[in-house]
Design a protein around this ligand. Structure first.
Ligand SMILES: Cc1cc2nc3c(=O)[nH]c(=O)nc-3n(C[C@H](O)[C@H](O)[C@H](O)COP(=O)(O)OP(=O)(O)OC[C@H]3O[C@@H](n4cnc5c(N)ncnc54)[C@H](O)[C@@H]3O)c2cc1C
Length: 422
């Protein structure tokens, strides 16, 4: 019998740890996530059911340590030339069970990209935060706070808007930053985040990238408030909330990379984040394929399994063909993010634009072919019992994460057509 493992995984360049990681994650989702995931929607506020699998994965298996250097108790992934290719496999396996969980897992590492990657590793900050994540078997979450009430896309659109709309301020007072502002939507907030990287301006209204500052704040610092979790259409495992910073004081050396470099390395979040979204789409499609296969074998039309009808076969073929394409493209994107020697640094605007292009295209394909699968399944397409509606809801949310489709299109057009004002 064909399985999800019959879809092509480009063997020339998967990570050397791919098989091992794949089987660990497959086993974990089968035992710890899939049996409970249909109840996750109602667990968005408390995480009673969502917490135990995170505890096992992050705390007990120690995945929350992986980006830290080995001598600080981590796994040294931040220095690996397979970081993104390995992440692709992990992301895909988690998203097969629950995309919200995959996003929360991926977003945990966003704040550390500024300080854990070469050539801009910030050893002092890694030493400061490593114990929080590496010396415990409890899950510890981190959040990257970019989006603000007036809009998220403008803040991500660093190349053109250059930080001029950021309203969260950081003022240097002696040897401390004083932070004031209001952020929305960061993954892993709602009370979960122990550490946050906060995107601030040191000079409100300025479009000088040197005024964009990424500053770390632990959530127990006086003046930090995480609001209650939002109730979304799905993705309950990714907790999001408002976060307020009121005269929050942190040491001056809590700034990630320094003037100019904080803005420059922001691109790393965008390239790896968009690559990750493709992995999450691919993972969700794997599970829909599994459920769909069961459905078209079990359901009969004119005495034959549904899959034996010509019109149905067209829909099934399109779904399978899109998985093939999205997975191969996704792995290629991961490899492009890893092979700086061939494709340039992670923060390169060309790489960011290419990742955004592949991400929005993959998402459009997902939405189109999954809609057709749901039509095929008729009322069962919307039945929680079949899980397809869960992936469909979750991925619609994922389409809106890390910059809208419009921002993806703008950045793609800007790079390929050398637009000057977009
Ligand atoms: C599940 C989830 C997790 C998230 N996690 C995080 C996180 O970890 N950290 C974080 O900071 N944020 C996070 N976000 C927020 C997310 O990144 C923003 O929602 C996203 O960037 C869009 O911002 P916005 O919602 O403010 O919309 P806006 O940016 O205000 O956009 C509103 C509309 O304007 C359009 N638009 C914007 N700019 C342009 C333009 N130049 N030209 C044409 N149209 C434009 C958009 O396409 C959209 O239709 C998360 C969101 C979700 C749903």
């Amino acid at each position: 019998m064909r399985t999800i493992d019959d879809f092509t995984r480009p063997l020339e360049y998967v990570s050397p740890m791919d098989g091992l990681l794949g089987s660990i994650f497959r086993d974990w989702v089968e035992k710890e996530v899939i049996p409970y995931r249909r109840q996750f929607d109602e667990d968005y506020r408390e995480h009673h059911l969502i917490h135990p699998p995170f505890k096992k994965l992050l705390g007990e298996y120690g995945l929350q340590r992986m980006i830290f250097p080995e001598d600080l108790g981590g796994w040294g992934m931040g220095r690996s030339h397979y970081m993104c290719t390995a992440a692709f496999r992990m992301f895909e396996e988690i998203a097969r069970a629950d995309t919200g969980m995959a996003l929360a897992f991926g977003a945990l590492f966003w704040p550390f990209l500024f300080i854990a990657l070469e050539p801009h590793e910030n050893r002092r900050l890694l030493e400061e935060f490593a114990p929080m994540f590496c010396q415990t078997t409890e899950p510890v979450f981190a959040a990257l706070c970019m989006t603000e009430p007036q809009g998220g896309s403008d803040i991500e659109n660093i190349e053109i808007v250059r930080g001029s709309t950021i309203r969260t301020t950081a003022v240097l007072d002696g040897d401390e930053w004083v932070i004031n502002g209001h952020k929305l939507w960061p993954s892993n907030t709602g009370g979960l985040a122990r550490l946050m990287a906060v995107v601030c301006t040191t000079n409100p209204g300025s479009d000088d990238p040197r005024d964009i500052a990424v500053i770390y704040v632990t959530s127990d610092t006086p003046g930090v408030t995480q609001g209650p979790p939002y109730e979304k259409a799905g993705m309950a495992a990714d907790m999001n909330s408002d976060v307020w910073f009121e005269n929050v004081r942190v040491p001056s050396w809590y700034r990630a990379c320094g003037p100019g470099d904080d803005a420059k390395y922001f691109g790393e979040i965008m390239s790896t984040g968009n690559m990750g979204i493709i992995a999450w789409i691919s993972g969700a499609m794997m599970n829909i394929y599994e459920r769909l296969t069961e459905f078209v074998n079990r359901k009969k039309y004119r005495g034959l399994p549904l899959k034996e009808n010509d019109a149905v076969a067209g829909i099934l073929a399109d779904f399978a063909a899109n998985i093939e394409a999205i997975r191969i493209v996704g792995y290629q994107c991961a490899r492009m993010c890893d092979r700086h020697d061939l494709y340039g640094p992670l923060w390169d605007p060309g790489l960011v634009a290419k990742m955004r292009a592949q991400r929005y295209l993959a998402m459009d394909r997902f939405i189109e072919v999954t809609g057709r699968v749901m039509n095929l399944m008729e009322c069962f397409g919307t039945d929680r019992e079949w899980d397809v509606e869960k992936h469909w809801r979750d991925l619609k949310i994922l389409q809106l994460v890390e910059g809208s489709k419009q921002l993806c299109q703008i950045e793609t057009a800007r790079w390929f057509y050398e637009c000057q004002t977009l």
